[in-house]
Design a protein. Structure first.
Length: 120
């Protein structure tokens, strides 16, 4: 890889549906009760371009994230190890810990609200 190769950021968005509740909130808070979201997660990678002109092939990222999405889709997130308190922030962290090449993960709980965790 040449030192003159540009560095680029790429992103891809995935979706899963899951239930959760936030046990650390007071019982009067609506998010303490069980409910569901159509989550969207955007994975951002950063790197130099390879000899194909890619940071990575999106298909390779799909293969990497598929088993993680399978662990969460149509599940109660609180039952997943590491997600006992599944806030959007901690869901983003859960993905970041498991996707070594990701620099940033953004988790949308709905169209209006997201949380993002970065390595920097
Ligand atoms: Zn919620």
């Amino acid at each position: 890889m040449s030192e003159n190769q540009p560095t680029a950021r790429i992103a891809r968005t995935y979706r899963f549906e899951a239930a959760h509740h936030l046990p650390l909130l007071p019982s009067t808070h609506k998010c303490h009760r069980m409910h569901g979201h159509n989550y969207r997660i955007t994975v951002i990678l950063r790197g130099q371009l390879d000899n194909r002109g890619f940071v990575t092939d999106f298909g390779e990222l799909d293969d990497e994230i598929a088993p993680l999405l399978k662990q969460l889709d149509h599940k109660l997130l609180n039952d997943v190890p590491g997600l006992e308190n599944p806030t959007a922030e901690l869901i983003a962290f859960w993905f970041l810990e498991r996707l070594s090449r990701a620099v940033t993960i953004r988790v949308y709980e709905n169209d209006d609200s997201w949380a993002e965790i970065s390595r920097d």
